[in-house]
Design a binder for this molecule. Structure first.
Ligand code: SF4
Ligand code: SF4
Length: 118
């Protein structure tokens, strides 16, 4: 399995699991012409989160807004209609997104060290 898929699966379980736009069958309930930023920009989101090591959420917010949002729906003034209407899951659940990514990374590190080495 590609590395990114580990993150995609974990995020689907934890973030989609509490998302207001999730269907009862677990699929995404967004309209067909709309793609969740978590899905559409996962590589950039992962890169932005991995570049930060902080217990504070603000640097993660800044990293997403400077490295992900300009290639997503944010306009030249730095505004995003989805964020402003609380319709962006990345923004709504950023704490959980960061926590989930960190948890997958911890598992990766544990596997790399192997049993009894850490
Ligand atoms: S909007 Fe995003 S977070 Fe919510 S269910 Fe769809 S893919 Fe998951
Ligand atoms: S806040 Fe807007 S621009 Fe940023 S990730 Fe969400 S939908 Fe995309």
């Amino acid at each position: 399995m590609e590395r990114i898929e580990l993150f995609r699966e974990a995020l689907k379980e934890r973030v989609c699991g509490i998302c207001f736009d999730r269907n009862d069958d677990g699929t995404c309930g967004l309209p067909k012409d709309q793609t969740c930023a978590l899905e559409a920009h996962l590589p950039e989101i992962l890169k932005a989160v991995e570049s930060i090591h902080s217990v504070d959420l603000s640097p993660y917010v800044d990293a997403i807004r400077s490295e992900v949002c300009p290639n997503c729906s944010q306009d030249a003034e730095g505004r995003c209609v989805f964020r402003e209407s609380f319709d962006c899951s990345v923004d709504n659940f950023l704490y959980l997104v960061v926590e989930t990514i960190e948890d997958v990374k911890k598992k990766e590190d544990g596997l790399a060290r192997g049993p009894g080495n850490g």
